[in-house]
Ligand binder design. Structure first.
Ligand code: NDP
Ligand code: GDR
Length: 328
């Protein structure tokens, strides 16, 4: 049997890199979509996963997606590409809708057209998000919880989520959607709160910085480890039937809890003198509380998280201390 082939959009992102590593380990021929004439993260991808073949393309450009499908001939497509920073989505609502929302439709169309007579022959994964739950209706949140997004990003993800379900129902596509709660790692972008904290704590610990400015410290998130979450994506596409799954740890913590553990890890018990609050980092509408109920994924995919919250915080702070020491 020939090796299966996969195309990943968002290959330069946190999840794209972990997923590429996972699929290579499993013997896949891995392809990645990369955008821009000179993407600054291309070098990182080529260093971490040199066996991945990169194809130029953009989620807003259907013909480039069709070309990437033709050149990679994938059995599985993982649509991870998005403008993913919630705060940025208010300032750039149109482009977020185009990429994070309409981009999903473009990718579904590229898969459908490429698959021809048998639309289910290519399996499709959509990166849906707990941000779709938005305003708290019930906790823990599950696959059947009402969606009430609170940002242009969240609204765009809802569009992509329902479009994925619609293509499954309309064309019989094997299109699954993972409703993933926040997941972090040393590869998390520095604009997200966990990495912003782990980087600042490392610099404060090493005497290179004294304080950091944050926004709302009371929001609560269900934070897991990205390496665990890409395994769930792969498991979804190995099912006979496509479906939607919540992926989460089932625990929630505030930004303050993250600060407690991150500073304690470097021996600082009182972080209040190192943290200021700045209205610039407050959001026009906040998602106050996320806790996921991943029992469906546990029962049907046999998936469970392996990294605890304290382990995750320690992993991120240690990695940033090593990076600062190495002068990265
Ligand atoms: P990142 O922000 O790290 O990566 C986003 C990726 O999307 C990058 O590779 C980026 O490429 C790419 N991208 C942006 N715009 C375009 C475009 N126009 N065309 C093609 N690619 C584009 O996100 P994560 O890895 O954290 O997340 C992966 C996916 O999962 C995203 O869709 C995100 O919204 C979703 N998600 C993430 C969660 C999390 O906690 N991490 C939770 C739930 C969902 P470039 O280098 O060109 O900018
Ligand atoms: P989120 O992640 O919006 O949940 O989206 P982020 O880390 O940006 O924010 C989490 C919470 O922290 C609060 N916060 C701050 N956030 C940032 N970025 N910077 C700050 O200075 C700061 N201070 C407080 C926020 O208000 C928020 O409540 C992430 C992304 O990966 C999405 O793409 C994904 O869909 C969801 O997780 C699930």
């Amino acid at each position: 049997m020939s090796m299966p082939s996969a195309l990943i959009t968002g290959i330069t992102g946190q999840d794209g890199l972990y997923l590429a590593e996972l699929l290579l380990e499993k013997g896949y021929d891995v392809h990645g979509l990369i955008r821009g004439q000179n993407n600054p993260r291309r070098e990182l991808v080529e260093k971490v996963v040199p066996d991945v073949r990169l194809h130029n393309g953009d989620l807003t450009d259907l013909s480039s997606l069709m070309r990437a499908m033709r050149d990679s001939q994938p059995d599985e497509v993982y649509n991870l590409g998005a403008i993913s920073f919630v705060a940025y989505s208010w300032e750039n609502a149109f482009v977020t809708s185009d990429v994070t929302g309409m981009g999903v439709l473009n990718m579904l169309e590229a898969v459908r057209l490429h698959a021809g007579d048998d639309p289910s022959s290519i399996r499709f994964y959509q990166a849906s998000s707990s941000e779709m739950f938005g305003k708290v209706q019930q906790v823990p949140q599950s696959e059947s919880t009402l969606l009430w997004p609170r940002s242009p990003y969240g609204v765009s993800k809802v569009y992509g989520h329902y479009m994925t379900i619609n293509y499954r129902e309309s064309y019989g596509m094997h299109a699954s959607s993972g409703i993933l709660f926040n997941h972090e790692s040393p590869r998390r972008g520095p604009e997200f709160v966990t990495r912003k904290i782990s980087q600042a704590v490392a610099r404060i610990h090493l005497g290179q910085q004294d304080s950091m400015a944050l926004g709302n410290l009371d929001a609560q998130r269900d934070w897991g480890y990205a390496g665990d979450y890409v395994e769930a994506m792969w498991r979804m596409l190995q099912q006979d039937e496509a479906d939607d799954y919540v992926i989460a740890t089932g625990e929630t913590h505030s930004i303050r809890d993250f600060l407690d553990l991150a500073f304690a890890h470097v021996g600082i018990d009182d972080w209040t003198k190192h943290v200021t609050q700045d209205p610039r980092f407050m959001r026009p509408a906040e998602v106050e509380l996320l806790i996921g109920d991943a029992s469906k994924a546990r029962d049907q995919l046999g998936w469970a998280p392996t990294v605890s919250f304290p382990e995750l915080v320690a992993m991120m702070v240690d990695s940033d201390i090593a990076a600062v020491k190495a002068g990265w």
